[in-house]
Write a protein that binds this ligand. Structure first.
Ligand code: 3NM
Length: 219
């Protein structure tokens, strides 16, 4: 195996869905299935927040969602929990600045996909040197889905990265909906990642489809 190529990564980031057991209105596996059918291109399992599963229950749910992702042919990425990602042989890991050091995670996961949340140009340059395959950049808009989210920053950081010729693929995050997606893609993000816009929707399938259309119709 070798590290994922950035043009392949860019395609996978287009409609990036993140969720755990606490985010949806029904069973996570059925939410993810509907979301994939609607057009989601990558799934990140993020088991966080009040009432989040731990231990065996977390493992079992992760495994069920991973099997679905395999069957539907989209990557399955684990948020923060490097040990779980390795145990499951997931496709990758996403970490924040507060988590384990990126270089150490890269060493543990070999060529699996490594996503890193970055909030400054310096963090981006360091993360790229430590082996990030993509950056999560946010929050673009204010969000209810992350207790310790920073202030919304709009597309300024994406534009800064583009002006500095940062070549690592970028997925935007935070308060994103189909309606506010166009300026994010125009600013240079390769894709959008969402929790609530899909997981909280009355029709998960329609929400994913609308998001996909918003990304692909923006040039
Ligand atoms: N990370 P929603 S914002 C998980 O800014 C996460 O790094 C963020 O959820 C960051 O799509 C966020 O419901 C929550 O706003 C995104």
């Amino acid at each position: 195996m070798s590290r994922i190529q950035s043009d392949v990564m860019r395609e996978l980031l287009k409609v990036y869905f993140i969720a755990g057991s606490v985010n949806g209105k029904k069973d996570l596996v059925s939410i993810v299935e509907e979301a994939i059918d609607g057009g989601v291109t990558l799934f990140q399992y993020r088991e966080k927040g009040n009432g989040a599963l731990t231990g065996d229950a977390k493992y079992e749910l992760a495994k069920r969602v991973q099997e679905l992702c395999k069957r539907k042919n989209i990557p399955f990425i684990v948020n923060d929990d490097v040990d779980l990602a390795l145990e499951l042989d997931a496709d990758g890991v996403h970490i924040g600045q507060e988590d384990e050091a990126a270089a150490s995670v890269r060493e543990k996961i070999g060529d699996k996909i490594l996503g890193i949340s970055v909030h400054t140009l310096e963090q981006a340059q360091k993360a790229a040197a430590q082996g990030a395959d993509y950056f999560g950049v946010g929050p673009i808009f204010s969000t209810q889905s992350k207790a310790d989210a920073r202030d919304a920053q709009g597309t300024a950081l994406i534009e800064l990265f583009k002006n500095h010729k940062i070549e690592t693929p970028i997925v935007a995050i935070g308060g994103i909906t189909a309606e506010n997606t166009p300026p994010i893609i125009k600013a240079g993000a390769d894709g959008v990642s969402v929790i609530s816009a899909i997981s909280q929707a009355d029709s998960v399938y329609e929400a994913a489809k609308k998001l996909k259309e918003a990304v692909f119709q923006t040039v």
